[in-house]
Design a protein around this ligand. Sequence first.
Ligand code: SAH
Length: 298
Amino acid sequence: MALCNAHYYATRDPLGASGDFTTAPEIDQMFGEMVGACLADCWHRAGKPAEAIYAELGPGRGTLAADALRVLGPIDVHLVETSPALREVQRGRVSGAKFYDRIDDLPKRPMLLVANEFFDALPIRQWVGDEQRLVVVDDDKLAFTATGLIVEDSPSRIAVAAGLAAHLAAHGGVALIIDYGHDRSAPGDTLQAVKDHCFADVLANPGDQDLTSHVDFDALRRAASGSGVRTTDCITQGEWLHRLGIAHRAQGLTAANPDRAETIASALARLTAPDQMGDLFKVMAIHHPDWPIPAGFQ
Ligand code: SAH
C-alpha cells in the first residue's frame, strides 16, 4: 500500500473531475474557510503567539491552504508533502510555502495544523486472528492470503499521530484531523481502491489507483494520549461545519453571488448532509493543554 501510493501520488495530480477523486476543499471554498476560521479563533484565544505557523499534511492541490489562509491572514506556511508533482501544484497556490517529507522536520514552533484525507492514504495492515493477511502472487496474479474476520491496524498512522502529539506538547498549538472513518475501533475490511471516481478492485492496477482505508480515530487518540496533549471528541464533519456556521457563510456567498445559488446549496449539502460526506467524515482535534478547545467541539 505504501509503495503503490508513493508511486501513485508522485506521478500525477489525482484530484478533481479529470482525476480519480474529489475532496471537500475541492468541492467548495467554504470548507477551507471554516478550517481557517477555526484555527484563527484558536490562535486568538491562545493569546496570538507571533511565532505560530500554519502547517498541513498532504495538502493535495493547495486549495484548503489557500482558502484557510485567506481567513487566517499572514502567517508562515509549512507543508508536509512527499509528491513532487503535488508540491509543484501547491507552490502555485501558496506562495512562500516551505516543504517537508516528514512531520518530524516541521519547525519547533506552535502549529495551527490541518490534515484532510491524509491519514486514509497511509498504509495499513490486516489481521485474521494472529495471522497477518498478505498480498502474494498466486498463479501469476496478486491475491490475498488469510480469509476470515479482519482487524486492521496501521503503525504508520500511529507514528504520525504520536509525532504530532509530541510536537504539540513540546511547542504548543492545535491539529485538526479530518477523514472518513469511525470513532470507535471495530473489526472489518475497509481497504478500498478508487479510480476514475469509481470503486475498483484493490489488487488491480498497482500504483495507478488510489488505495485508502477508513481511519480508526480511536487508535489515533490512543497514540496521541500520553504526550500530555488533549484530544477532543470525534464528531461528524456535518455537525462540526454546522456548529462553525457554514450555513451562515453559504447565505453570505449566495447573497453576494445570486447566480451561484444552486451551486452553493449543492456544495453545502455535499459537505454536510448525512447521506453525503456529512456523517462518514469525522473531525477530531489534538491540542496543547494550555491551548483552547477548538470551536465546534465544546
Ligand atoms: N488534503 C488534500 C489532498 C488529499 S490526497 C485534499 O483534501 O484535497 C492525500 C495527500 O497526501 C496528497 O497530497 C498526497 O501526495 C499526500 N501524501 C500521501 N502519502 C503521503 C506521505 N506518506 N507523506 C506525505 N504526504 C503524503
